[in-house]
Design a protein around this ligand. Structure first.
Ligand code: ADP
Ligand code: NI
Length: 191
């Protein structure tokens, strides 16, 4: 894998997200990339370049932030960096398959896709998941209770939705942290 390609992708997402969401989504993409590389340590056969580019670019055309067609932001980067057409399609397929809201039941068709989806889900749980949930709730003027509901509707389900044993293991501790948090919250707010 070419390190300068990864550096360029990191710089690209910083530019892309800077005007849209005070940089927070670039940081999310970076955490997903690091999670994915950690999971991939258990899979020597997985293609690191595909994993790195899919994770870094996975929100580059998020409809909540961008009004692009056909993953134009991700495609622009990949084309400008001379990634071959076959690899571009593999990366786009992964990006399209990992969104929870769009594809509740869709399982990525490749090992690389499963690793990136697991890496994205890991960033939604644990201490970082708690922080992101309340940040999201605040940004969208939601009540605290509506953010708490989100744990029961989505976040507590993610541990059992991991595809790779490596991610499931990382998810265990994060899941336990959310359960502990919800218990403490319940205890502190009980009348
Ligand atoms: P991603 O695109 O990384 O899968 P989303 O864009 O769906 O994640 O959500 C971004 C963050 O906001 C996540 O941490 C998620 O848990 C949180 N979030 C999404 N929907 C809600 C909601 N209805 N209430 C509170 N938090 C939410
Ligand atoms: Ni994401």
């Amino acid at each position: 894998m070419n390190p300068s390609l990864i550096d360029s992708a990191v710089a690209y997402i910083h530019t892309l997200f800077s005007g849209n969401s005070d940089g927070h989504d670039a940081e999310h993409s970076l955490r997903v990339y690091h999670n994915a590389i950690r999971i991939a340590a258990s899979y020597p056969e997985a293609d690191r370049e595909i994993i790195a580019l899919s994770s870094l670019l996975h929100d580059a055309d998020d409809h909540k932030l961008f009004h692009t067609e056909n993953n134009a932001n991700a495609r622009r980067f990949l084309t400008e960096h001379h990634i071959c057409a076959n690899e571009i399609e593999q990366i786009i397929e992964i990006i399209e398959s990992i969104s929870f809201s769009k594809n509740r039941d869709k399982k990525p068709s490749t090992l690389e896709g499963m690793i990136v989806q697991d890496a994205d889900r890991l960033d939604a749980i644990g201490a970082i998941g708690i922080a992101r949930t309340f940040a999201f709730g605040g940004r969208h003027d939601r009540s605290l209770q509506s953010s708490v509901d989100h744990f029961y509707e989505k976040l507590l389900l993610l541990k059992d939705m991991m595809h790779t044993p490596a991610a499931r293991e990382l998810a265990e501790g994060r899941h336990a942290m959310m359960v502990q948090f919800l218990e403490a919250l319940d205890h502190e707010t009980k009348e």
